[in-house]
Design a protein around this ligand. Structure first.
Ligand SMILES: [Zn+2]
Length: 210
């Protein structure tokens, strides 16, 4: 279970009032790596069991259901399908877990980092966040990302998204929270201060930790 999910005060429920574009002008780039579907499947089995997984799958279109039943880690899948899956998970679990989208992102970070640092290791955390920016194109075919260090943490800036959704941004928030927690950060703060779903030029995540 992610550290975020174990916290007494989990992150606030997301704002989901932004605009959504599910397929960009060139559909072949509106894609994400299949491993993201595998991570969500694992999250569902761990959180609501096989039965809960079945309830979520029942809400999905055949294509998206296929990605969940048989996740192919290295294949490129439609961004639209990922948002469809996350929205179905949100609808199924929001009554019990209002911050479930953040928990989905946290579960991804948990898979990617594994180890939990006993005390804050800012150097390793910064290295990890830099690597996230560096390997962006291995997970998303669209957009660019830049990581900047700030006095109290860092800032991740995503730009040039041909497709976007507040559902996707909400899971990214949880990914960064979990990344900080696993590196020993206490009291992490992550805010998306700019968002492409609200017409801004970037999705900017301001992170602070201590
Ligand atoms: Zn955003």
């Amino acid at each position: 279970m992610s550290l975020l999910a174990q916290r007494k005060n989990p992150s606030a429920p997301p704002r989901l009032d932004g605009k959504e574009v599910l397929v960009g002008p060139d559909p072949s780039v509106s894609r994400v790596k299949g491993v993201m579907f595998g991570a969500r499947k694992q999250f569902l089995v761990d959180t609501v069991g096989e039965e809960g997984l079945g309830r979520v799958i029942a809400r999905l279109s055949p294509r998206t259901a296929g990605y969940v039943k048989t996740p192919l880690a290295s294949s490129w899948c439609e961004f639209e399908s990922l948002v469809e899956l996350d929205r179905a998970i949100y609808d199924e679990l929001k009554a019990k877990h209002p911050n479930v989208l953040a928990l989905i992102g946290a579960a991804s970070a948990e898979l990617g980092i594994g180890k939990v640092y006993k005390s804050l290791d800012s150097t390793e955390l910064l290295k990890f966040l830099e690597s996230i920016a560096l390997f962006h194109t291995q997970y998303q075919k669209f957009g660019r990302v830049k990581f900047e260090k700030t006095p109290n943490g860092g800032r991740m800036i995503y730009t040039d998204y041909p497709c976007y959704s507040p559902i996707f941004c909400a899971s990214a928030l949880g990914f960064f929270l979990e990344s900080i927690l696993r590196h020993g950060g206490t009291d992490p703060s992550v805010n998306e201060t700019r968002c492409q779903t609200h017409g801004d030029a970037s999705c900017t995540f301001e992170m602070a930790w201590r």
